[in-house]
Write a protein that binds this ligand. Structure first.
Ligand code: HEC
Length: 129
C-alpha cells in the first residue's frame, strides 16, 4: 500500500511548485528577464554632466572628446554616429562600448571598476559627443 502511505506527499507538490514559480516571477508581466534585456542607457542631462567628469578624470589623457584625431587612442567625437569603432572595428552600441571599457584593448587599460551609474554616465556622455 505504498500509494496510501506516501500518496499524501503528492499534496505537498503543488504548493512547492507554486512557491518556486513565484520566486522566479520577479518581473512585470511582458518584461524580459534582466539578463536578456539589452544594455541601453537612457540619457539625461545629469548623466551627461557626470559622465563628462568621469571622462576628464579617467579617459581624457588618451582620448580627445572634441575631435577624431588620435592622442594615445582615437579621438571619440561622433563615436556613436559610427557603425564600427575606429581602431578595433567593433560594432558601436551601449553594450559593446561598455564591454570595451571593462576589458580594455591592446594598448588601452581595462576599467573594471567603472560600473552602475558611473558607467551609465560615461556612456551617456560618449553618446553626446
Ligand atoms: C592609457 C591610454 C588610454 C586610456 C586612459 C583610455 N584609453 Fe581608450 N583607447 C586607448 C587606445 C590606445 C585605444 C585603441 C585600441 C587599443 O589599442 O587598445 C583605445 C580605444 C578606445 C575606444 C575605441 C575602441 C576601438 O575599437 O576603436 C573607446 C570607445 C575608448 N578607448 C574609450 C575609452 C574610455 C571611455 C576611457 C576612460 C574610461 C578610455 N578609453 C581610457 C587608450 C586609452
Amino acid at each position: 500500500m505504498t500509494l496510501v502511505r506516501y500518496g499524501w506527499l503528492l499534496l505537498l507538490l503543488p504548493p512547492a511548485w507554486l512557491l518556486a514559480s513565484a520566486a522566479g516571477a520577479h518581473q512585470e508581466p511582458g518584461q524580459a528577464p534582466a539578463q536578456a534585456r539589452p544594455y541601453v542607457v537612457q540619457t539625461t542631462p545629469e548623466l551627461v554632466r557626470e559622465g563628462r567628469g568621469v571622462f576628464r578624470r579617467l579617459c581624457a589623457t588618451c582620448h580627445s572628446a572634441q575631435t577624431t584625431r588620435s592622442k594615445v587612442g582615437p579621438g571619440l567625437k561622433g563615436l556613436f554616429q559610427r557603425k564600427l569603432t575606429p581602431v578595433m572595428g567593433h560594432p558601436v552600441n551601449d553594450a559593446s562600448i561598455r564591454d570595451h571599457i571593462h576589458q580594455g584593448g591592446k594598448k588601452m587599460p581595462a576599467f573594471p571598476e567603472i560600473k552602475g551609474r558611473q558607467m551609465d554616465a560615461l556612456i551617456a556622455y560618449l553618446k553626446s559627443l
